[in-house]
Design a protein around this ligand. Structure first.
Ligand SMILES: [Zn+2]
Length: 295
């Protein structure tokens, strides 16, 4: 019979000093049990470690996501604030456009322009515009103002050329129209107004234009005629001296002559005449209402 191997252990307990050394015997089965338990514990520890590492990873991922989410929320708030600021701006722009629209309406009315006429603008709205209605409205306003520009420039030009002031301030001694002939008998047609003056008084251009006559006239003596454009011409008679020359461009308020009594005249005065498209007309018609009243 084969002798059974003994795998049992003896654990020696050696005290530091004094008492006797003791021996504890551990059987083979107990060694296996202890090893089994240790093995199980190791496996359990392994599993727990893996689980712990995974949980840690997940936690890190979740924390990362949370941080990103918070950043997104902050961004979202910022975008909201920007959007409401844009909304406010859009409202302001709308208000301003409405004011421009009303202004354009008034200007059209002054210039006597029908705003419903098809305008020359292209009406392009930029693609992807944040406020397409605003962009469209702004575009329409630009077209309206574009259409007003040329008539407005023309109107300003007209205002600059219109003989809108007296060539000399003073009492009007003889009016426009039929009157008794001052140098002969009967009646005559007086094709202008006479303004009292002293010899050498300045005679001013009442509006911009070009001198189309500067010289001697049997009736009006030293005479000067200005073409203001728009069918309007004005002339000034009986001057003692001419200060502007033929072909010269003059502006309103510029001295064109000195008052006198040349030609068929009974005394020093300024004879101011006007024609509209070649027809004689009262030059006072070109003054503004305020100026006519102030005379
Ligand atoms: Zn006269």
């Amino acid at each position: 019979m084969e002798k059974k191997r003994d795998f049992s252990f003896s654990l020696l307990l050696v005290p530091r000093r004094g008492s006797r050394m003791r021996s504890v015997k551990i059987s083979h089965a107990n060694v296996l049990r202890v090893l089994g338990v240790l093995g199980l514990l190791l496996v359990l520890l392994g599993v727990l470690t893996v689980r712990y590492v995974r949980l840690n990873q997940e936690l890190a991922e979740q924390t990362d996501k949370l941080v990103k989410l918070q950043a997104l929320e902050a961004q979202n708030e910022e975008q909201k604030a920007k959007l409401s600021a844009l909304d406010r701006e859009a409202a302001e722009v709308r208000e301003k456009l409405a004011a421009i629209n009303s202004l354009a309406g008034k200007i059209s009315c002054i210039l006597n322009i029908d705003r419903n006429e098809p305008s020359r603008g292209l009406g392009i709205v930029p693609q992807g515009a944040i406020f397409p209605d605003l962009a469209k409205e702004a575009d329409q306003q630009r077209e309206t103002l574009d259409a007003l520009l040329q008539p407005a420039e023309q109107y300003v030009d007209y205002l600059g050329h219109r003989p809108a002031m007296l060539p000399k301030t003073g009492k009007i001694s003889s009016a426009y129209g039929e009157r008794s002939n001052p140098t002969g008998g009967g009646t005559e047609f007086h094709d202008g107004i006479d303004i009292e003056a002293d010899l050498g008084n300045h005679v001013y251009a009442p509006g911009g234009g070009v001198v189309v006559f500067a010289g001697w006239d049997a009736g009006y003596g030293l005479k000067i005629t200005i073409d203001h454009g728009y069918g309007i011409q004005t002339f000034y008679g009986h001057n003692s001296k001419l200060e502007a020359q033929l072909g010269q461009t003059v502006k309103r308020g510029e001295v064109i002559a000195l008052a006198g009594s040349t030609g068929r005249s009974t005394g020093v005065h300024v004879h101011w005449g006007a024609t509209l498209f070649g027809q004689s007309t009262n030059p006072l018609n070109f003054l503004t209402e305020n100026q006519a009243e102030a005379r």
